[in-house]
Design a protein around this ligand. Structure first.
Ligand code: XLS
Ligand code: NI
Ligand code: NI
Length: 444
């Protein structure tokens, strides 16, 4: 019989309702609850991330690992990998999430050669495939870790050495194969070290071209191999590189346009990366969504008092509500979902802490979904915004947007109509409205 890695949680986490006092129940998330024609599960498409949840150790720059996971105790790296898959699927099932996400090196250890690494990966993928079938849990996206190994110290695709580029290509090829085998909806590129520390030793122009070449080859290989999902780029401004080429949503959209990759790619937007770029999460989501390119979300949060990627679990109801509004307004995420790219704190080392963390994140987003749905139906902020721009729906405004006027014609119009009336932006009133929705106790 399979080992029980989470004995503190007997069966599946249940819905207890907003008044439940049991911390191991959901207060808001009820998978099958309908919200505007779709279930919560279909709206939110939660995915547990393998790296932080099962392979995180709690290490920080000042001390090593502290977690001592029961699935990390086998004698060989492959033994550990096999135990981890068992533990992971037990966790997914008990938590009741529909999806998971991985990097190649999270699920299988790197071997002594490219061949051995590929063999290790394939062996674990076969086990994961069986577990997926057994549990019904699906793969949201896969990716390759081409930033941790020492060979990637100067980047993967952007490395000055083409042999390193070739190693990255080999890894990405196999990670795409694994994603296809597991039926992944998406394939992610987060360019950990695809950037630079200093320009005095960097050919920035060529590095960006190299990165484009890698993405183009990956796209072509994936499509040729039958991958029907979406390729995602995950923007991040810095860390580990000082300056990253995928700085934010706008930068990534520009990159995809410049190198003709827009058709196959969309963005996977992460909350903490948004704040590192000194944007809000909503800004990044909306920038991607406006371009029709908001594909998936890495849900977490940063700590506004520090300048690095703390990857804490999403807990800010107002921020999550605004995120859900953007998702509802674009009618959902096609191949993407909400991936918990988040980790428990170093001091939260018990396995039960993993449940508390995910339950909190799922409840926050479930509640945010209910609030956003109500706000959308009420036209809470959108009616105001619509009205604010009404001048562009007819007359001269419409001519401006449709390119049917000119500077001299506008000069004549302004001359004739005189000074415009000053109209308040009503920010405080709208903040009050948002607060009322977010803190309403009536939305159950
Ligand atoms: C790191 C990134 C990473 C990606 C996947 O900051 O968020 O976890 O999501 O490579
Ligand atoms: Ni991420
Ligand atoms: Ni991150």
């Amino acid at each position: 019989m399979a080992r029980n890695y989470f004995p503190e949680v007997k069966g599946k986490i249940k819905y207890g309702g907003p008044d439940s006092k049991d911390p191991l129940t959901f207060k808001w998330y009820r998978a099958k609850r309908k919200v505007g024609g779709k279930t919560m599960e279909e709206h939110l498409k939660f995915a547990v991330c393998y790296w932080h949840t099962f392979k995180g150790t709690g290490a920080d720059p000042f001390g090593g690992g502290v977690y001592e996971r029961p699935w990390d105790q086998a004698d060989t790296p492959m033994g550990v990998a096999e135990d981890t898959v068992q533990a992971a699927f037990e966790f997914f099932k008990k938590l009741g999430v529909p999806y998971w996400c991985f990097h190649d090196r999270d699920i299988a250890p790197e071997g002594d050669s490219i061949r051995e690494s590929a063999k290790n990966l394939d062996a674990i993928v076969q086990i994961a495939k069986k577990k997926q079938k057994e549990t019904g849990v699906k793969l949201l996206w896969g990716t390759a870790n081409v930033f941790s190994h020492a060979r990637y110290v100067h980047g993967a695709g952007t490395n000055p050495d083409p042999l390193v580029f070739a190693h990255a290509a080999a890894q990405i090829r196999r990670a795409i194969d694994a994603t296809i085998t597991l039926g992944g909806r998406g394939y992610v590129f987060w360019g950990g070290r695809e950037g630079y520390v200093s320009l005095i030793n960097t050919n920035m122009k060529q590095e960006r071209e190299q990165l484009a070449a890698l993405l183009t080859m990956a796209r072509d290989y994936g499509r040729k191999s039958g991958f029907k999902g979406t390729f995602f780029i995950e923007p991040k401004p810095k860390e580990p590189s000082t300056h990253q080429y995928d700085f934010d949503s706008a930068t990534c959209l520009g990159f995809l346009t410049e190198f003709d990759l827009l058709d196959d790619f969309a963005l996977n937007v992460e909350a903490n990366h948004a704040t590192l770029a000194t944007h809000t999460f909503e800004h990044e989501l909306l920038t991607a969504s406006n371009a029709g390119k908001l594909g998936s979300l890495d849900i977490n949060r940063g700590d506004m008092t520090v300048g690095w990627d703390t990857d804490q679990f999403a807990m800010d109801l107002k921020e999550c509500t605004q995120a859900m509004l953007i998702i509802l307004n674009q009618r959902g995420l096609r191949h993407g979902g909400l991936n918990f790219d988040a980790k428990v704190r170093r001091s939260s080392f018990d396995t039960v802490d993993l449940f508390h963390a995910h339950i909190g994140g799922m409840d926050t987003f479930a509640r945010a979904l209910l609030i956003a749905d109500r706000m959308k139906r009420d036209g809470a902020l959108s009616d105001f915004i619509k009205d604010r721009y009404k001048g562009y729906r007819s007359g001269i405004g419409r001519k401006i947007l449709s390119g049917k006027t000119s500077l001299p014609a506008l000069e004549a119009y302004a001359t004739k109509n005189g000074e415009p009336e000053k109209i308040s932006g009503r920010q405080e009133m709208l903040e009050n409205i948002l607060n009322d929705y977010v803190h309403s106790t009536k939305i159950v």
